[in-house]
Write a protein that binds this ligand. Sequence first.
Ligand code: KIV
Length: 276
Amino acid sequence: MSASPPVRPVLPPDIKARKGGAPLVVLTAYTTPVARLVDPHCDMALVGDSLGMVLHGLPSTVGVTMEMMILHGRAVVRGLSRAMPIIDMPFGSYEEGPQQAFRNAARLMAETGAPSVKLEGGVHMADTIAFLTARGVPVMAHVGLTPQSVNTLGGYKVVGRAEEADKVMADARACEAAGAFAIVLEKVPEGLSGRITRALTIPTIGIGAGVDCDGQVLVVDDMLGLFTDFRPKFVKRYADLGKQADAAIATYAAEVRTRAFPAPEHGFPDVLKAKS
Ligand code: KIV
C-alpha cells in the first residue's frame, strides 16, 4: 500500500517566492465547509473582514470585531490542509500604533492558528508593518481602495487615477520596504497595477486591478453568485448559486404546503420489514 505524501501547508515565504511565477490564486473563506472547497484549488484563503457585510449584514466592514475574526478564522483554519490562511485585522485593532497592532495580530495568530495577517494602509502603516514583521508576524498589506476607510474615501471608488497614482505607488513601495510579504491592490487602474507589480519584489494580489498582478483574489460568495442583487464590475460569476438556492427554497415551500414533502422514503416506519 502506498501512502500519499504528507501535505505541506503553504507559508508566507512560499508566497513571496512566487513573485513573477504562476499566478497566485486566492479566495475568501469564512467557514469550515467553504475552506474545504477552496483548499485544493487555492494558494491562500483570506478570512476577509468582508465577512461583516457578506455574512452578518453589516453596512460596511467598520463594525467588524476581533471576536468575529477569531471565530471565523478558527473555522477556516480547521478546513484547510494546504492553502495558507490569512486573517484580516479589523478596523480599530491596529491603527493606534505598532504595540496595539502587535498585541492584536499576535492574538489573531495564536487563537486561530493562522500564520499571517492582513491590514489596510500604505505609507502611514509602514512603521506598524515593520514592527510586526520584525517580531514574527507576516503581514500582507492592502492599498488602493481600503474599504475600512469608506467613510473618509466617500464610497467604494477606484483609487489611483491621475495624480492619485503616485500616492498609491508610494504606498505600495512603503509596504514592501517595511517587510510585507505580499500586497493586495484593490480597485486600482490596470496600468498602475502593472507598474506597481513590475516595481515591487513582492507579489501583488489584485481585486478589480486587472490581469497584470501576480495573483487574484475574489470574495467567494460573489464569484459563486450567491447574491442576486450585488454585481460589481470586477467580479466574474462562475456560478449562479443564489438563483439555484431561491428555486430550491421555493420548491421546498410549495411541497411543504401541498404535503408533497416529506414522502414515505423520508420517514421512519413503526416496524422494520423483515429481510427475506
Ligand atoms: O475583506 C476582504 O474580503 C478583502 C478582499 C476583498 C481583498 O479584503
